[in-house]
Design a protein around this ligand. Structure first.
Ligand SMILES: Cc1cc2nc3c(=O)[nH]c(=O)nc-3n(C[C@H](O)[C@H](O)[C@H](O)COP(=O)(O)OP(=O)(O)OC[C@H]3O[C@@H](n4cnc5c(N)ncnc54)[C@H](O)[C@@H]3O)c2cc1C
Length: 381
């Protein structure tokens, strides 16, 4: 049995998409990932190329030029990209899951024709700005202001850690009007939209993460998504999809750490034999493989339920919680199995270990996922 996604069990469409993603990841991402990480280099060209192949339109409906994939197929493709580089995967994940879902579900026909089509065709890269310096886990406490001024909306405030914030063409920005939290489509060339310098991060160093200053960003009225005051609900729907993306990003990271570990333990010899012959090593590898398989399976089960139209808010949190903690655990074991080499930047598991950590933090920390799951156990409060 293989640790990677096994092709024979997939539908023809799934197989073609996984093969395309795998080949692209093998040739255009993985050989460069360590260098991008060292230089903290966000590679827009690789994102554009993925866009031309349709990977920025995986979740958008076909009538708006997307691939209209079911969630499981989307997750299969994303895992392949994440196994090569989690930084590239997070750009795809946010774009496909959050602004795409929000626009598809709540955009007007005109907004979909103008923004969603271009996003799906890979001509526009999108991001999502919810978090603020004083509103992270408690995102509903955000205080970026949206004030109506004649035919326009004027946004002012500060956002924190916006992925793609300095490299995207448009951001879905959450701001508070007198009627509640709203979602706005903000082109990043709008006057007053000011991204900060990229954050110097522990991992995911090739993704672009910035603070945003919104200095009286003036937007035409039709840049409001859906209904005024309903934006927080739209954002939570986007995050339900987003959390499944982060779950398989974690699976991709963990799987690659396991693949490297299996190969290393077959080669590295101590006490006159390969590490793989020690039972303590075998047990570690077995536990790693079991967690990778379980994390993937849970994400796919939740995705199947989502595709059936079920409310998957609570199970998506379970999938993200389980997969991110599995990734942190598996990459920690991988570093241990590599010994001193595991601690060196020249060996791949060190980067995987650093990349894994953020999956326990963003799109809701593990503590917040546990709160959501526990709330689901007492649905009537
Ligand atoms: C690399 C990166 C990329 C990101 N990208 C984006 C993005 O694109 N868009 C965006 O909007 N945001 C983004 N974020 C922000 C991310 O979603 C937040 O960092 C996250 O939600 C946690 O918020 P916080 O950092 O303010 O931590 P805090 O909310 O301050 O939490 C600190 C600690 O307290 C714990 N805690 C908080 N409340 C509770 C509670 N009630 N019970 C128990 N424990 C609690 C948390 O779990 C955590 O351990 C990104 C962050 C990072 C690091």
């Amino acid at each position: 049995m293989s640790i990677a996604i096994e092709l024979p069990g997939l539908s023809e469409t799934q197989r073609q998409i996984v093969e395309l993603a795998r080949e692209f990841a093998r040739t255009k991402i993985e050989p460069f990932a360590a260098e991008w990480d060292r230089r903290a280099h966000f590679d827009r060209e690789v994102i554009d190329e993925l866009g031309r192949l349709g990977f920025l339109g995986m979740c958008a409906p076909e009538e708006f030029d997307g691939m209209g994939l079911d969630t499981v197929t989307y997750l299969l493709a994303l895992e392949e990209i994440a196994a090569a580089d989690a930084s590239v995967a997070v750009s795809l994940s946010i774009h496909n899951a959050i602004p795409t879902t929000m626009l598809t579900r709540h955009g007007s026909d005109a907004q979909k024709k103008r923004w969603l089509k271009a996003m799906a065709r890979g001509e526009l890269l999108a991001g999502f700005a919810l978090s603020e310096p004083e509103a992270g886990s408690d995102a509903a406490a955000l205080c970026t202001r949206a004030v109506r001024d004649g035919d326009a909306w004027v946004l002012s405030g500060a956002k924190a850690w916006a992925t793609n914030g300095g490299t995207a063409d448009l951001m879905m920005v959450m701001a508070r009007s007198e009627h509640g939290i709203c979602a706005f489509i903000v082109p990043t060339d709008a006057p007053g939209y000011r991204p900060g310098t990229p954050e110097d991060k522990m991992g995911l160093r090739a993704s672009n993460t910035v603070a945003l200053a919104l200095e009286d960003v003036r937007l035409p009225a039709d840049h409001l998504l859906g209904e005024e005051g309903e934006g927080f609900g739209y954002a939570m729907e986007g995050l339900d999809a987003g959390r499944l993306g982060i779950a398989v990003q974690a699976v991709g990271i963990a799987r690659r750490a396991l693949e490297h570990s299996v190969a290393y333990c077959a080669e590295r010899r101590q006490f006159g034999r390969p590490l793989r012959e020690f039972q303590a090593v075998q047990f570690k590898l077995a536990d790693m493989a079991t967690r990778v398989e379980a994390a993937r399976a849970l994400a796919h089960v939740v995705a199947t339920r989502r595709d059936r139209g079920e409310d998957t808010s609570m199970p998506a949190s379970m999938a993200k919680l389980f997969a991110s903690e599995a990734a942190m655990w598996v990459t920690t074991q991988a570093v241990q199995l590599f010994g001193g080499y595991g601690y060196m930047r020249d060996f791949p598991v060190e980067k995987l270990f650093r990349d894994a950590k953020v999956t326990e933090i963003y799109e809701g920390t593990s503590e917040i996922q546990r709160i959501i799951v526990a709330r689901g156990l007492y649905p009537r409060g």
